[in-house]
Design a protein around this ligand. Sequence first.
Ligand SMILES: [Fe+2]
Length: 356
Amino acid sequence: MFCLKSHLPNHVIAPLEELGMTYEVYTEVVPEPPLAVGEKLVAFTRDNHFDAVIGIGGGSALDLSKLAGVLSQHEGLVADYLNLTGSRQVTHKGLPTILIPTTSGTGSEVTNISVLALETTKDVVAHDALIADVAIVDPELTMSLPPKVTAATGADALTHAIEAYVSKFASPVSDALALQAIRLISASIRTAVHQGDNKEARTKMSYGSYLAGLAFFNAGVAGVHGLAYPLGGQFHLAHGESNAVLLPYVMGYIRSSCEERMKDIYEAMGFSPSGMSQTEASQACVRELKRLVEDINIPSTLQEFSIPKEAIQSLTDDAILQTRILARSPLKLELEDIFTIYAAAYEGKVVEKGEK
Ligand SMILES: [Fe+2]
């Protein structure tokens, strides 16, 4: 038995000990884990011939657990299985895996994907074999999360739901999951950030991030994540913060391509579009997204994250490589579009496609 931890609650360990099961605790987990961390963990799992993996923690711990369970039962390096540059395919399931999230954010407990940081960007290992056998979502485990982590991970979950809802691959099922996730997260994220001990808000956030995970597992994420990855790769911004700072600018830029859906999101966020045209409601949605990010104390411009203006070109050059993710955007994003969005996020002014 093998556990990977960020936090290791006693009520996870105690039952194992009562049953006389032996386990090893692996703690070399870092946020936004680099490829080398994944390689080391997979080698460790292979060498120790474990029977199962229990992943406990935030998205990084869960992503690494999935990787360990599957790739320890495959040949070669983790690098061989990367989506953009790898040469091997995952072919079969790995060790039985149980995932227990301690944040309300990534949805990793219900997806088939592990994200790894490369030198200047990120790549993924994605295959249905990475889906956990069991996911245990318990809001109690999130009660002590600090406000900054609650805000960043919660914004990530909201982004999953919004991007799934406007995705080119959305379906009636992913729509239902995404809209309910948007309702739950919008109604509770401010309270969860500012009153962390509010159990009702924490419960809604846990349930919302779980539904958002299911929504984007089915419909995918798109431009916000595609542009967020280089911010993590080049400037080590936390994944949730990268998404949060870009969310209003990407959604504002693509708004006219998904106007009706943006109106639905506005309603799901708890606002009435009564008396508004579809265009007005979708524009109001973008404004409310910007307000929400500000209300949870996440800087709302790239400048505030100390990203230099000169970096916009290299960020653009890396983002355009995220072809798998960008393909789901309702508006096709070319180099010039991506550059414009980063520039808008740098200045803090939402720009729409076609606007100068
Ligand atoms: Fe995400």
